[in-house]
Design a protein around this ligand. Structure first.
Ligand code: IPE
Ligand code: IPE
Ligand code: MG
Length: 248
């Protein structure tokens, strides 16, 4: 994708502070190779490892990954079961490596649909990694942007009723503080793989001023080089946030 270069470029030395990725295309990758979908999801985990490692190396502060949407619950039970199993085995195998690499983990979404074993392992992993100070990896599981906004609204309504929040003070900051990505840097760059050009109910609130990058690469083929290309595209853009380019 060629980018029109307008005015001064973003400082190329500073990587995007927060990258979010819609990891899509596992099924099509498997189909193109006459493999079961399972294999696409398994290969997708390899891309995930590469991207986490690369973001840590580049100095990205937060990486938010869309692993399973609320709408994905409408998929056949065998695929959902496989994804749950994969989630469990990744938590088992990766937590120690994340610890060693100073990476912390947060899982966002309605985890109540997951087997209790996954819920416990997820909160153990979050706790174990909570003192790490490097990259924060956020995994969105049974998550949707609309769910997040509704949850934040519910929390604020409860606090308003109890008197903890004065409704007159509810504004963008208070609202944001009740969303799943509260306290994280603003999402600088959203990447979606597999050629689909939509948000699919991912972080709606947080994409207000993110740069969007869509590529045709299927997630199992995504790697460090592909991430570098996405970041290069980010650096070639002029972010105006509604203001004006100094030169115009
Ligand atoms: C993304 O790959 C992974 C999940 C949604 C869990 P898909 O399974 O959506 O793969 P495609 O889009 O059908 O190729
Ligand atoms: C979005 O991909 C969700 C994840 C990548 C986890 P989908 O494959 O579910 O999205 P649609 O159906 O193409 O919108
Ligand atoms: Mg898909």
């Amino acid at each position: 994708m060629t980018e029109k270069k307008l005015g001064p470029l973003n400082d190329e030395k500073i990587p995007p502070q927060h990258i979010a990725i819609i990891m899509d295309g596992n099924g099509r990758w498997a189909k193109s190779k006459h493999l079961p979908r399972t294999r696409g999801h398994q290969k997708g985990v390899k891309s995930l490892r590469k991207v986490v490692k690369h973001c840590a190396k580049l100095g990205v502060k937060t990486l938010t990954l869309f692993a399973f949407s609320s709408e994905n619950l409408s998929r056949p039970n065998d695929e959902i079961g496989l994804l749950f199993k994969l989630f469990l085995s990744v938590l088992h195998s990766e937590t120690k490596k994340l610890k060693e690499n100073n990476i912390s983990l947060k899982i966002i979404g309605d985890l109540s649909v997951f087997p209790v074993e996954i819920q416990l392992l997820a909160s153990d992993a979050e706790r174990m990694l909570s003192s790490n100070t490097g990259l924060t990896v956020i995994v969105a599981a049974n998550y949707s942007g609309q769910w997040d906004i509704a949850e934040a609204t519910k929390k604020i309504a409860i606090k308003s009723l109890s008197g903890e929040i004065n409704p007159d003070n509810i504004g963008i900051d208070i609202f944001e503080a009740h969303t799943a990505l509260a306290g994280q840097p603003k999402v600088d760059l959203l990447i979606r793989t597999s050629g689909e050009i939509r948000i699919s109910n991912f972080i709606l609130w947080n994409l207000a001023y993110s740069e969007l990058y869509f590529c045709n690469t299927l997630w199992p083929d995504f790697n460090e080089h592909e991430l570098d290309i996405a970041i290069e595209s980010f650096h070639s853009r002029e972010r105006r946030f509604g203001g004006r380019n100094k030169a115009t």
